[in-house]
Design a protein around this ligand. Structure first.
Ligand code: MG
Length: 367
């Protein structure tokens, strides 16, 4: 195991964010279609490029939108903590700023809810692709409605101890990757991933897989191999109550790898990826498959189920391990929000790197 007490590599931070967007955009047109239909349209291994169906060619969905609002809020929380003389990366303000950022995203979903007074998410709110409805999850919308009714955007409604709802949907897990950016200790990354997810997903199988996702990303950005990162994340998972489903799902993914070549048929025995435990298991199975990054990401979306979310999570993991250049150029160039993701990645690397900006006004997050 390498020494993980290092700063996250900027190219891997970028890879994690871009990879998530690419997996999301690749999987979006496939969501809900059966494997047979996907193969009929796109060939035996699924699409090798973005297709124009659903939201448009290379278009992201709610997974990438919310991942970006997560990243923004965490940089903001860390910078605020430093300005107050506190420890960097932790940000006790993080859950409140995350909720405020999600409520800004919520404004773009066309739902009626009370004005919140406070805006989160900074310049992301000015990006049209982030403020438009792209297949948001029902649990997330319902939970944000409940939070919005209180009109206290920066006071988190849901925590793992006092859940907001009981959803085990994958909506908390698919946006958790940035929770691994600021924390070198897997326990801290795991905790923050759970906190961020529990704002809208109150079932342990809705927030614990987000902890797994965040802890894996944290280790990968700092030089761990995929197997090592999974081991570290599972060790954290074992310490948390309510972990049975997520442990079993990951155990199933591990044993499946020894049963034969990685195929969509085998992958589908892990479920459709609609719940957090299934989504992380599918993403991990595809990320650990043999072959190049391209074929592993295609596997992550080529199944009957929540292809954009399993693609997004798998893309986060692959990008955090192999960096942005590991993805084919046609995917990097064709992605809808590539430049916004690049700008956001730079702000994350500045905040969580060796020399965080001293002047809040000059912080890349504010530019
Ligand atoms: Mg989606």
């Amino acid at each position: 195991m390498p020494d993980l007490s290092v700063y996250p590599a900027p190219d891997r931070v970028l890879g994690c964010l871009l990879g998530g967007g690419i997996g999301d955009a690749l999987g979006a047109p496939l969501e809900g279609f059966t494997l047979d239909v996907i193969r009929e349209k796109h060939g035996p291994d699924g699409p090798d490029d973005f297709v124009a169906e659903r939201f448009g060619r290379g278009a992201i969905t709610d997974d990438t939108q919310l991942t970006m609002f997560t990243a923004y809020a965490l940089v903001q929380a860390s910078a605020r903590e430093r300005a107050g003389g506190g420890a960097r990366g932790v940000g006790t303000a993080a859950p409140g700023l995350l909720q405020a950022a999600y409520l800004t995203w919520f404004r773009g979903q066309g739902e009626e809810f009370p004005d919140q007074g406070v805006e989160g998410g900074g310049w992301l709110a000015g990006e049209p692709a982030l403020m438009t409805r792209r297949g948001p999850g029902r649990s997330t919308l319902a939970a944000l409605h409940r939070a919005a009714e209180r009109r206290r955007p920066t006071v988190p409604l849901g925590t793992p101890r006092e859940p907001n709802g009981d959803s085990k949907g994958c909506g908390g897990t698919m946006r958790a990757a940035p929770c691994g950016f600021g924390h070198a200790d897997p326990a801290d990354a795991f905790e923050l991933g759970c906190r961020a997810a529990a704002l809208t997903h109150g079932h342990p199988s809705g927030y614990l897989p987000a902890g797994v996702h965040a802890a894996m990303v944290s280790a990968l950005l700092r030089g761990a191999e995929l197997e090592e990162s999974l081991h570290l994340a599972r060790e954290q998972l074992k310490r948390h109550p309510g972990n049975r489903e997520t442990l079993e799902a990951l155990g199933h993914a591990a044993s499946l790898r020894h049963e034969g070549p990685a195929t969509p048929e085998r992958l589908q025995t892990l479920g459709g990826g609609w719940t957090g435990d299934q989504a992380i298991a599918i993403a991990v199975y595809a990320a650990l498959a043999p072959g190049d990054v391209e074929s592993r990401l295609r596997l992550a979306v080529t199944h009957t189920g929540d292809s954009d979310s399993t693609g997004a999570i798998c893309g986060n993991l692959l990008g955090a391990r192999y960096g942005a250049d590991a993805f084919p150029r046609r995917w990097r160039d064709g992605l809808e929000v590539g430049s916004a993701l690049t700008r956001l990645a730079a702000a994350c690397s500045a905040e969580f790197g060796p020399n965080p900006p001293a002047d809040p006004g000059g912080h890349p997050i504010a530019q």
